[in-house]
Design a binder for this molecule. Structure first.
Ligand code: URA
Length: 195
């Protein structure tokens, strides 16, 4: 019902509605040992077209936020809770999220990031397994067992939220600031101790 090669799902038919809607499976991108792993909800139209997460308008916001912190898209890993575009951009159902969870767990275990950043309500609630008031909780860290380990999950507003509500911009940027700090302190990217 599903095949993974490395971090890529190459074939999957677990969710009939998504199989009907998708043009392709959209896998995560970025280094397989990234210190920061961003997790979104699922591919939209642009992502489905191009086969890469966050390439539409929210992707530009994310890229801009990363750039402000001296990071490029190529420095971080970006993935989604579900890898196939839901019809009419509806939220993925609980069943669809659960069907795709095994792939996400595998990706988290392999990448072993210092911090998992959840972009918006769906990934925050899915990974923390509780209701999350994203606007209130953005920038806070919670612990969750993911990829076989208890990990730091940093709640973040969805990048698109900053397009509809300018007041979310500073929340978004402050959260990225925290992610960059957490990643630096994890030892992976920082070589400062050698000097
Ligand atoms: N929004 C998401 O949650 N994921 C994407 O890949 C693009 C937009």
């Amino acid at each position: 019902m599903g095949t993974m090669e490395g971090l890529e799902v190459t074939e999957c038919t677990r969710c009939p509605a998504l199989v009907d809607c998708r043009s392709r499976i959209v896998n995560g991108t970025g280094p397989d040992d990234a210190d920061i792993l961003f997790v979104g909800e699922g591919p939209g139209a642009r992502e489905d077209e191009q086969g890469e997460p966050f390439v539409g308008r929210s992707g530009s916001v994310l890229d801009g936020g990363l750039r402000d912190h001296g990071l490029a898209r190529a420095d971080v890993r970006i993935t989604n809770c579900v890898r196939c575009r839901p019809p009419e951009n509806r939220d993925p159902t609980k069943e669809e999220l659960d069907n795709c969870r095994e792939y996400l767990e595998h990706e988290i275990a392999q990448v072993d990031p210092d911090v998992v950043v959840t972009l918006g309500k769906v990934p925050s609630e899915h990974l923390l397994d509780r209701d999350v008031a994203v606007t209130r909780e953005a920038g806070t860290i919670a612990n969750a067992e993911l990829g076989g380990e208890v990990r730091d999950v940093l709640v973040c507003v969805h990048p698109a939220a900053t397009l509809y509500d300018r007041s979310q911009e500073s929340t978004f940027r402050n959260t990225l600031d925290k992610a960059a700090t957490l990643a630096g302190s994890g030892g992976g990217q920082s070589n400062l101790g050698e000097f």
